[in-house]
Design a protein around this ligand. Structure first.
Ligand code: ADP
Ligand code: MG
Length: 624
């Protein structure tokens, strides 16, 4: 027979190499991945039937069968199957984006094997079968195809696809087990793995057992495969909830918290939702990522990740909804727009926000949540205006109260610590934690013991344009200069060092001249202490972070003209004021200006010029 040989895409070759040579101790995860693929395939076929002429489906005929045949472990399903194109696309030649990301995550680790069980999270779970198999054969027949196909590979760079006469729909995967993995040819061992990872899969998993009495064999159902969610809460243990969670998404670790409710009446549904402790790798990919909510209608799985079922900023939530309110043969389009889905969204949103509020009482767990999902959750301020207050209660920030990156405060904490007379919530936005916490803008606030929230995530500037106040207290960005200085200082009448003497005024106008095309204005400030200078913008102007944000997405933004503020009490400034040589003065002013820009933006157009300037000035001081 002529073989049709194909080559794996190079990334997949690399992935297969890792699998084949893996000494990973948790090899048994391959079975979880194959079972989950089979169960998906069955869900897809069910859904296909629901949406076509077969509106009545016999749910009892779907199953996954597992048996041992010579040196092969076989996983067989009667799901949707694959066409030839699908075989090529899904199992071989076109690299899925997940392959790259998975490789990246594995290759970055010191111990390369340490986390292979994340494989399913990247949408490349199928390949884990090569950890235990020399050769994998996939017999499959799709509902879309007259023919069946046989895909074979030993994982060494090539695979073959040939026509194959298969009677029934679905996919049989034959794994020729490696000599070093013989335990996977022991059916009792396989049963244990099924129960460990796949107990709650919503399809019966049948295992072939020899019936010694009748010299025959029987199919024994191994998993519970019940709909856990329809049971009474009081009869479900935490352990069962967690196991069930693994059956809907085996790759996200233990959940942080969950909520299980039955709603009866006009709207009739059950929800079981979980807050994960890790995010799927593609959660930031708008085109690819679907939320983790599975919709069931009368216990029949219909669809995962319906757009409108929860708001986008809550897309990290995993779980299931089961309802009697929809009819099974509802089309996708109608479903998306149905009134009931709207009702669901509102009530799920409330439940999730409440769940998060309960979670927030456990600081340690909430920190995990915030680290993983905080930046996604912040999107809610824009997306969900009606819940803005509830969302803002759940926000967490770094703050000058701790000056530590992993100690967070809430807005309520902040309010409780405000000083008498303080009427604003102060915050600073910078590129990263260190440049925020060391910013010259903070000096005066530190001195006055006023707490400032430290923001340094890309989304923060955008977020703050939606968050104007909290409990009627306005937010104020201390990167801005239009706060009336005496305002911060009402707590203690300022001893503003007003420099009205002639020398100082001449100095100011010289600086203005030197920086003419670069800055908006130049003035003295009493906000600084250890820093000699700082640059600021005012509220109605574009801020540094916004300008960075815009240019990072390719917008053409004009260079910001800052207000250049000088600390007249600084020893350097006192020295510079006394310089008479205009050329030398120019050098010093450029030096001051560039350091202020560097601190504000973390970036200089011409850093080597700046370094040369510093060296120049230092050399002059030495020679002197
Ligand atoms: P994922 O399941 O995350 O997409 P996998 O590597 O596990 O990634 O599987 C790749 C794809 O191969 C699946 O998305 C599916 O389209 C197809 N596939 C795998 N196993 C089966 C199966 N038993 N029946 C039908 N399609 C399958
Ligand atoms: Mg899979």
């Amino acid at each position: 027979m002529k073989k049709n040989i194909y080559k794996f895409k190079s990334e997949i070759k690399q992935l297969l190499n890792i699998m084949i040579n893996s000494l990973y101790s948790k090899k048994d995860i391959f079975l979880r991945e194959l079972i989950s693929n089979s169960s998906d395939a069955i869900d897809k076929l069910r859904f296909y039937y629901i949406n076509t002429k077969y509106s009545k489906i016999d749910d009892t005929k779907f199953n996954i069968k597992i048996f041992i045949n010579d040196n092969n472990l076989v996983i067989s399903d009667n799901g949707i199957g694959m066409t030839k194109e699908e075989l090529i696309n899904n199992l071989g030649s076109i690299a899925k984006s997940g392959t790259k990301n998975f490789l990246k995550s594995i290759l970055n680790r010191k111990k390369k094997d340490s986390n292979l069980d994340l494989i399913g999270q990247f949408g490349v779970g199928f390949y884990s079968s090569f950890m235990v198999a020399n050769k994998v054969s996939v017999y499959t027949k799709s509902i879309m195809d007259k023919n069946g196909w046989l895909w074979i590979s030993d994982g060494q760079g090539k695979y073959t696809i040939d026509e194959y006469n298969k009677d029934n729909l679905g996919t049989d995967i034959f794994l020729e087990i490696k000599d070093s993995c013989k335990e996977f040819l022991n059916i009792d061992f396989i049963n244990k793995i099924i129960i460990k990872y796949s107990n709650h899969i919503n399809v019966p998993i049948l295992v072939k057992k020899i019936d010694k009495k009748n010299n025959n064999y029987i199919w024994k159902k191994i998993n519970i495969s019940d709909a856990l969610w329809i049971k009474d809460k009081s009869n479900i243990s935490d352990k069962e909830y967690i196991k069930f969670y693994y059956s809907i998404n085996p790759n996200l670790g233990d959940p942080l918290i969950w909520s299980h409710n039955k709603v009866e009446g006009k709207n009739d549904y059950i929800n079981l939702i979980y807050i994960p402790n890790t995010s799927p790798w593609n959660i930031w990919n708008r085109d690819e990522y679907k939320n983790g909510i599975k919709l069931y209608i009368n216990r029949v799985f219909v669809m995962k990740g319906i757009n409108k079922i929860i708001p986008y900023y809550l897309r990290f939530v995993q779980g299931i909804i089961d309802t009697n309110n929809l009819s099974l043969n509802i089309s996708r389009e109608i479903l998306q727009d149905s009134n009931f889905i709207n009702v669901l969204r509102l009530s799920l949103t409330n439940r999730i926000l409440k769940l998060l509020s309960i979670l927030s009482e456990n600081k340690e767990k909430y920190n995990i949540f915030w680290k993983e999902f905080g930046n996604i959750f912040k999107e809610g301020l824009a997306e969900d205006e009606n819940n803005r207050y509830k969302i803002s209660l759940l926000l967490r920030f770094c703050s000058t109260f701790y000056n530590e990156e992993n100690k967070l405060v809430s807005l309520e904490d902040y309010l409780n610590r405000m000083l008498p007379g303080q009427d604003k919530i102060y915050y600073i936005i910078s590129d990263n934690f260190l440049s925020a916490v060391n910013s010259p803008h903070l000096e005066i606030y530190r001195k006055k013991k006023i707490e400032v929230l430290l923001m340094f995530n890309r989304i923060d500037e955008w977020m703050m344009s939606y968050l104007l106040d909290f409990k009627n207290i306005k937010f104020f960005s201390i990167n801005k200069n239009d706060i009336n200085e005496s305002n911060i200082l009402t707590l203690e009448k300022s001893n503003i060092h007003t420099l009205n003497d002639k020398n100082s005024l001449i100095f100011l106008s010289k600086v203005k001249n030197i920086l003419l095309d670069k800055v908006k204005d130049v003035k003295f400030t009493n906000k600084l202490d250890i820093y000699p200078v700082v640059v600021t913008t005012s509220t109605n102007e574009m801020s540094t972070q916004m300008s960075k944000l815009l240019s990072s997405v390719g917008k053409n933004v004009p260079k910001i003209k800052y207000l250049f503020e000088i600390n007249p009490n600084h020893i350097l400034i006192k020295y510079i004021i006394s310089i008479n040589d205009d050329n030398l003065l120019k050098k010093w002013i450029y030096y001051l200006y560039n350091q202020a820009i560097l601190i504000e933006t973390n970036y200089l157009d011409n850093s080597s010029k700046f370094i040369n300037l510093i060296n120049d000035l230092l050399s002059m001081l030495i020679i002197k």
